[in-house]
Design a protein around this ligand. Structure first.
Ligand code: NAP
Length: 251
């Protein structure tokens, strides 16, 4: 799975699944551009990941941007190119939830989730693709969710955003295949991160009953699939949505 000489930009990589993806790609020899959102604790966390990668002999740098803001994303893409000279891999991982039943859902909760999860994916793909097209090489992985495939009560905004990411993935894969750029989506099930950390013990038990492998996933379970999809082993795979969910969704 060697990624020597490759450069990857991973959004929302100060913690959770994004952090695990950054560490996995670095382990495979990739130079890693981390992205964090808020200045403050997340910058510190992102810099800790940078240091961890460097301590293990890798190369990494952290870049700030709110993925919902196109001018910030454009500036980040430029900074990554200035720093590393190229960008081969984009992982659109940044994402949020703002859950409630539709009748109680505030317009701002709808907008914020769609802006982060779907428009953020559009912004990052657009500004990074410019460089990939010139290089005639690229690997884009969009982090969707099984909720975008099967739906989930209380998550109409999140499900719509992740189903949108899946449609976006298929269309973009068709647009850029002739330039040797693959675009795939990964659909995690329930993964043990701060996003699922607030579940009560009862809710956790109900969830576990839906998972044939009978455990929540780890960020590393997702990261290893991403590591495969951005490697040369996956050169002939594009436009796919691959679930990593302990068997929740079986196609
Ligand atoms: P997490 O621990 O809450 O991390 C989310 C990351 O996204 C954070 O680093 C956060 O940065 C970043 N982010 C949020 N808004 C951003 C913005 N506007 N600009 C840049 N970065 C932003 O969540 P996670 O569980 O690792 O989730 C990662 C991805 O996996 C998300 O797309 C999520 O929808 C998807 N997913 C998760 C699960 C699960 O069970 N955990 C299941 C399916 C799919 P800050 O720290 O700065 O806020």
């Amino acid at each position: 799975m060697s990624l020597e000489e490759r450069v990857a930009l991973i959004t929302g990589s100060s913690r959770g699944i994004g952090r695990a993806i950054a560490l996995e790609l670095a382990k495979n020899g990739c130079r890693v551009a981390l992205n964090y959102f808020n200045a403050g604790p997340n910058e510190k966390e992102a810099r800790e990941v940078v240091e961890l990668i460097k301590e293990n002999g890798g190369q990494a740098e952290a870049f700030s941007a709110d993925v919902t803001q196109s001018h910030e994303v454009e500036a980040m893409a430029r900074q990554v190119i200035e720093h590393f000279g190229r960008v081969d891999i984009l992982v659109n991982n940044a994402g949020i939830t703002r859950d409630s039943l539709l009748l109680r859902m505030k317009e701002d909760d709808w907008d914020r989730v769609l802006e982060t999860n779907l428009k953020g994916t559009y912004n990052c793909a657009k500004y990074v693709l410019k460089f990939m097209m010139k290089q005639r090489y690229g690997r884009i992985v969009n982090i969707a969710s099984v909720v975008g495939i099967m739906g989930n009560a209380g998550q109409t905004n999140y499900a719509a955003s992740k189903a949108g990411v899946i449609g976006f993935t298929k269309s973009l894969a068709r647009e850029v295949a002739s330039r040797n750029i693959t675009v795939n989506a990964v659909a995690p099930g329930f993964i043990d991160t701060s996003m699922t950390g607030e579940l009560s013990e009862d809710a956790r038990q109900v969830l576990l009953r839906q998972i044939p492998l009978q455990r929540l996933g780890t960020p590393e379970d997702v990261a290893r699939l991403v590591g495969f999809l951005v490697s040369d082993y996956a050169a002939y795979i594009t436009g796919q949505t691959i679930a990593v969910d302990g068997g929740m969704v079986m196609n």
